[in-house]
Design a protein around this ligand. Structure first.
Ligand SMILES: NC(=O)C1=CN([C@@H]2O[C@H](COP(=O)(O)OP(=O)(O)OC[C@H]3O[C@@H](n4cnc5c(N)ncnc54)[C@H](OP(=O)(O)O)[C@@H]3O)[C@@H](O)[C@H]2O)C=CC1
Ligand SMILES: CC(=O)N[C@@H](CCC(=O)OP(=O)(O)O)C(=O)O
Length: 310
């Protein structure tokens, strides 16, 4: 029998892309709410409680409200794409490649928090180095990133695409999060296994989808023996056998003149690069993904598929 899936927020940016990814599938039956009723609490509550898996594609407050609408219903499993539960200990973190065993945790979980787009990149680069002991306690980690503007949902899409709006944005590339208190910092710290909060500086470019996340490191301040080659080998080892996350070879990276933020648009994959010169003083770790692919909707469908395979 087909599993019943309700996407709460199905008419938003992340929800729509999840719906598109399910087109033509016979193993899932989509329960749908008409767009005009998307904020009708009674209808949502009814649909939420009728699902086998509810995928929440809502702002944090609305996600918490949806979870409370499901309190006491042990039949419904939840995937939440908001920031609300990403560091909650009783929710499985929905990055299947996090560690050996994480896919299994997601498979059997009732509550799965889908990672943020920026943390997907940052955690994928940092966690293997922390786990291998290459990145020492106290290291001051910086994370710099650029996102396509769909990362800001309907609000930012409107501001970037509709010049007639009073709050229209005309910049081609802007920094934001200038207080350095972005909501993704706790998630990067927790799942990156960091003992200090990273300094996170995000930006947006005038392109719809795509993302580059950079973590620059000084080799002299890492553990002895941390070379470009060793860091690369650690990532290769961590992601061995994975098909969604791949580590680009040092030879290929060395030949690249540039990295295009849009290269993986409309895919659910993520590529990791280690840039630097053998014998040099620095490395720049780079994750390339689609903010709406592995950064949101693609990861949600990956998690749903794991849960359905339980
Ligand atoms: N866009 C991205 O790249 C990523 C987004 N996310 C997360 O996914 C979630 C959804 O984001 P996104 O799709 O970008 O946002 P959008 O603003 O594009 O979509 C959100 C949808 O939720 C609806 N909604 C808002 N409040 C309520 C409510 N109280 N009850 C019912 N429906 C409501 C909105 O309706 P209305 O049109 O009326 O406002 C809209 O349809 C967020 O938590 C976001 O942080 C995570 C990773 C990446
Ligand atoms: C460009 C842009 O505005 N991006 C969003 C993050 C998008 C995202 O990942 O949403 P979550 O917070 O649910 O993870 C922001 O910085 O708030």
């Amino acid at each position: 029998m087909a599993a019943k899936i309700f996407i709460d927020g199905e008419h938003g940016t992340t929800g729509l892309q999840i719906r598109t990814r399910m087109t033509g599938r016979r193993d899932v039956e989509l329960l749908s709410i008409p767009e005009a009723e998307r904020r009708n609490a009674a209808m949502r509550e009814d649909l939420l409680n009728s699902a086998d898996i509810a995928i929440l594609c809502l702002p944090d407050d609305a996600s918490k409200e949806a979870v409370s609408m499901l309190a006491g219903n042990n039949n419904v499993r939840i995937i939440d794409t908001s920031t609300a539960y990403r560091v909650a200990p009783d929710w499985a973190y929905g990055f299947a490649e996090l560690d050996k065993g994480q896919a299994e945790k997601i498979r059997s979980a009732r509550h799965v928090s889908n990672p943020g787009c920026y943390p997907t990149g940052a955690v994928s680069l940092l966690r293997p180095l922390r786990a291998a002991g290459l990145l020492p306690d106290g290291y001051p980690v910086s994370v710099n990133a650029v996102s396509g503007y769909t990362g800001g949902g309907k609000q930012l899409i409107g501001q970037m695409e509709d010049a007639s709006r009073e709050d229209a944005l005309f910049a081609n590339n802007f920094l934001y999060g200038l207080t350095l208190k972005h909501k993704h910092v706790p998630e990067m710290k927790t799942h990156g296994l960091l003992d200090r909060a990273p300094l996170f500086s995000p930006s947006v470019g005038r392109f719809a989808q795509g993302m580059i996340v950079q973590v620059p490191l000084f080799l002299d301040d890492l553990k002895d023996g941390a070379t470009v080659e060793k860091i690369h080998a650690t990532l290769v080892d961590h992601y061995a056998g994975q098909d969604i996350v791949s580590v680009v070879s040092l030879e290929e990276s060395a030949k690249l003149p540039r990295v295009d933020a849009e290269e993986l648009v409309d895919t659910d994959r993520m590529k990791l690069f280690v840039f630097g010169t053998p014998g040099g003083a620095h490395v720049n770790l780079v994750a390339l993904l689609d903010n709406l692919g592995k950064g949101a909707s693609g990861a949600a469908v990956q998690n749903m598929d794991l849960m359905l395979s339980a």
